[in-house]
Structures are given as structure tokens and as C-alpha cells.
Design a protein around this ligand. Structure first.
Ligand SMILES: Nc1ncnc2c1ncn2[C@@H]1O[C@H](COP(=O)(O)OP(=O)(O)O)[C@@H](O)[C@H]1O
Ligand SMILES: CC(=O)N[C@@H](CCC(=O)OP(=O)(O)O)C(=O)O
Length: 266
């Protein structure tokens, strides 16, 4: 069975209709594909930090993470968000199993920046997929919160897009970023267009020119890394259009596909 890694952005988590979770459960039950969910939670972490009067800043879409910020990020993502997703899939007759990258050292992490400028921000050094494979073997749908751990027991806040790319590379699945935008957009001659395909070269120039900014930066860079890591396809789709997931899986041109080689028309 083909594996798909669904990165569910914090931007849409609360807006997704129950039909989305029903579709995820159905994909597994019917044997069409094996979904693995990796979620984010940026907006809810922002809210929780605000309520605790903790300032938060981002560098290239990554949250500078002090110990205090890490604890809040873990509470929000591994606690509240993860279990809400699990509950919705289970309500849809799926067998979801929630775990964070800390459980079974699923996401073995290392600091993203050795200078310490970003604090406890990690990247995935290795995916320990033993438990994932066991959950899958038993008919389950893994739901992963992107907090990682190293061999000393230090935990790291990992951007959800980066975690999803690492899981997709390890499991050799298709990587689908489910977000709140129809794809990567650009205003050309006064008209907003959605790119249907983007190459690595074009992506880097769009980051340099500021067309791609904020949370879209780790998303597109993770898509490229996943392709380098052996993932066959990376795509960004809008989760709020109910037919998008199925349409994409049926081969329709939906969202923005990230490709390795150069493209003539971009
Ligand atoms: N060129 C672009 N096209 C579309 N969205 C962009 C672009 N550049 C930056 N963005 C921003 O990236 C956001 C998606 O990233 P993010 O908020 O991290 O999403 P998610 O929570 O789904 O991971 C969009 O809502 C938009 O504000
Ligand atoms: C290091 C880092 O930036 N971690 C992210 C993790 C959540 C995330 O990635 O959420 P989205 O998918 O909603 O963007 C954060 O703290 O916001």
C-alpha cells in the first residue's frame, strides 16, 4: 500500500470539516493508501504564549525557542492538538494513534543551529520508525506531534513541515502539505496566480525576492529536502476545499507541486 504523509498545518486544524478526517480514515480502511499525519500548531502556540505573557519571535519561519517556549509548544501540540486529531479520526471509524517525536525517540533530533541563536529548535537527525511500522501493521493511522529528543534526553521544538519531510523520507511516502492557501502564490502583472509547479531554483529566488516568506519558507524548503531524501512527490494543497485531497490522489492538478529538476515555464 502506498504511504502518504499529510502535514496538517496549524493554520487549518480548527477549520477542517469532519469530512476531511472521514476521508483519511476511509483511505486506510479501503486500502487505497496508508496515511501518516504530522501536524503543526503555530497559531495555538502563539495564543498560549500570549496568555502566559511570553514574547515570541521567528527567524525565517522558525520560532526562537527558550525552555519556557518549548514547554508551551509541547503542551499545546503533544497534548491538546494531537489528541483532538486522534479523537476526530477515531470518531470517523479510523484507528488513530497519537505520539510525539519524543515517544520511542521517534524523531531523534539535533539543534538546527549550532550557534544557539534559535534555542531549542531542532531538526530530525533520524526517524526511529519501529513504532510507526508497528502501528501501521496493526491497521492504525499514526498522528505525530513535532517535538523531538536527542540521546541526552533534551527535547526540541521542530517545525512541523520539517518533521513531515523527515517522516516522508524515512517512510518513502508522498508528502502532502495541507494548508490554508491554494498553493504558492505570486502577483504577476497585477494578477495573483497560484504556481502549479515550482523548481528548487525558482523557490530560492522567490525566497530571496520576498515572494515566499514566513511559514512558507520551511514548507517549500522541506518539500525540496524530502525530494532529495527519496520522496516521489511533494505538494501543497488547500485543506479547506473538501474535494482537494481526493482530487490530488486521483491525479488532478491541484495546488503547487514541488519538483527537483528545472522547469521551462517558471
Ligand atoms: N508565496 C506565498 N504563497 C502563499 N502563501 C504564502 C506565501 N509566502 C508566504 N505565505 C504564507 O505562508 C502561510 C502558510 O504557512 P503557515 O502559516 O506556516 O501554514 P501552516 O500552518 O499550514 O503550516 C500562508 O498562510 C501565507 O500567509
Ligand atoms: C521551530 C518551530 O517553528 N516550530 C513550530 C512548530 C509548530 C508548527 O510548525 O506549526 P505550523 O505547522 O502551524 O506552522 C512553532 O513553534 O510554531
Amino acid at each position: 500500500m502506498n504511504t502518504i504523509i499529510l502535514k496538517m498545518g496549524g493554520s487549518i486544524l480548527e477549520k477542517l470539516p469532519i469530512s476531511f478526517y472521514q476521508k483519511v480514515a476511509e483511505l486506510r480502511k479501503s486500502g487505497i493508501c496508508q496515511p501518516i499525519i504530522v501536524h503543526g500548531g503555530g497559531p495555538e502556540i502563539n495564543l498560549a504564549l500570549k496568555q502566559s505573557n511570553v514574547e515570541t519571535t521567528f527567524v525565517d519561519g522558525l520560532r526562537v525557542t527558550t525552555e519556557e517556549v518549548l514547554n508551551v509548544a509541547e503542551m499545546v501540540m503533544s497534548g491538546s492538538i494531537n489528541k483532538r486529531i486522534v479523537a476526530k479520526i477515531n470518531k470517523s471509524n479510523g484507528k488513530a494513534f497519537g505520539l510525539s517525536g519524543v515517544d520511542g525517540s521517534l524523531l531523534h533530533a539535533e539543534p538546527v543551529d549550532q550557534s544557539g541563536k534559535l534555542g531549542f529548535v531542532g531538526q530530525v537527525a533520524k526517524v526511529n520508525d519501529t513504532w510507526l511500522k508497528l502501528i501501521i501493521e496493526k491497521g492504525g493511522i499514526p498522528v505525530i506531534s513535532p517535538i523531538g529528543i536527542d540521546s541526552k534526553g533534551t527535547r526540541y521544538n521542530i517545525n512541523g513541515d520539517m518533521a513531515a519531510a523527515a517522516v516522508a523520507s524515512a517512510m518513502k511516502g508522498k508528502l502532502i502539505f495541507v494548508s490554508d492557501i491554494p498553493g504558492v502564490m505570486e502577483t504577476i502583472n497585477g494578477k495573483q496566480v497560484v504556481h502549479s509547479k515550482l523548481s528548487k531554483h525558482k523557490i530560492e529566488s522567490m525566497i530571496t525576492s520576498g515572494v515566499i516568506y514566513g511559514g512558507m519558507i520551511p514548507k517549500v524548503r522541506s518539500a525540496i529536502n524530502a525530494l532529495s531524501g527519496g520522496v516521489s512527490e511533494s505538494v501543497i494543497i488547500d485543506g479547506l476545499t473538501p474535494t482537494n485531497l481526493e482530487g490530488y490522489l486521483n491525479g488532478q492538478m491541484i495546488g503547487t507541486k514541488i519538483v527537483m529538476g528545472e522547469l521551462q515555464h517558471v
